[in-house]
Design a protein around this ligand. Structure first.
Ligand SMILES: C[S@@+](CC[C@H](N)C(=O)[O-])C[C@H]1O[C@@H](n2cnc3c(N)ncnc32)[C@H](O)[C@@H]1O
Length: 220
């Protein structure tokens, strides 16, 4: 196997968005393409049962959150609560986030991306978000000065992400420990209650940042 760890993102194998078909029952929320008031768009990948998404929508009425969850039973729990809460600035989406983002999100249109307690993928590190060619596509969707927030209880996951953010993706970043009383997601509550340390990495897209997908868009 070739060791790609020292390549910058422009030298890595490129993600191939044209190979992904639209998710089943694909619909784009009305905020996409009709965001006339330029409300900051926020995307959450792997929202689980939606604890963070539901709280974020209430606490940030000036922003619009699209929260995506792939697993059916988690999404159904999330969707039920989202319907009850009825926040006009929240869309709960049942889909694989990779295909959905490729088909729905325009370049340079997202202010912030949350990836909270992703699956650890310790047996298959190629599936960790910052190791995936898709991450370059994801960065192309971020606005200049946009941020990606990654949180995990697996220190080795965060160590790798921090290294990839700096060396491969060229993103200024900061790392911090999650306060013990934080309760943003169900997994966060569970890990902190067990006395585990949780870690957060905030990555910033600087002015002039280029990806190979800056002009790539499906016809909406
Ligand atoms: C460990 S759980 C964390 C859920 C939630 N963020 C929390 O902290 O409570 C990871 C979640 O990411 C979802 N997920 C993983 N890959 C995904 C993808 N490509 N698209 C959408 N959701 C995904 C899984 O279904 C799972 O619910």
């Amino acid at each position: 196997m070739t060791d790609n760890s020292e390549l910058t993102h422009q030298q890595k194998r490129a993600f191939q968005p044209e190979k992904l078909s639209a998710p089943r029952d694909f619909i784009t929320p009305s905020i996409i393409g009709k965001n006339k008031d330029n409300v900051p768009l926020v995307v959450e990948i792997g929202a689980g049962k939606g604890k963070h998404a539901l709280g974020f929508a209430v606490q940030n009425p000036d922003k619009h959150l699209i929260a995506i969850e792939r697993t059916r039973n988690k999404f159904e729990a999330f969707s039920k609560l989202a319907t009850r809460q009825n926040s006009s600035n929240l869309d709960a989406i049942h889909a694989d986030a990779i295909a959905w983002i490729v088909h729905a999100i325009a370049p340079s249109s997202v202010a912030k991306i949350f990836i909270l307690y992703p699956n650890p993928e310790q047996q298959n590190p190629n599936q960790q978000w910052l190791n995936m060619p898709f991450f370059e596509f994801l960065l192309s969707r971020l606005q200049v000065d946009g941020e990606v927030t990654l949180v995990t209880n697996i220190e080795a996951y965060l160590d790798n992400a921090e290294q990839q953010a700096t060396k491969v993706w060229g993103l200024p970043n900061t790392r911090q420990r999650v306060p013990d009383d934080s309760q943003r997601t169900h997994f966060e509550v569970k890990y902190l209650a067990r006395g585990e340390a949780c870690w957060e990495l905030n990555m910033h897209k600087p002015e002039g940042y280029k990806t190979r997908f800056d002009d790539w868009q499906t016809v909406l």
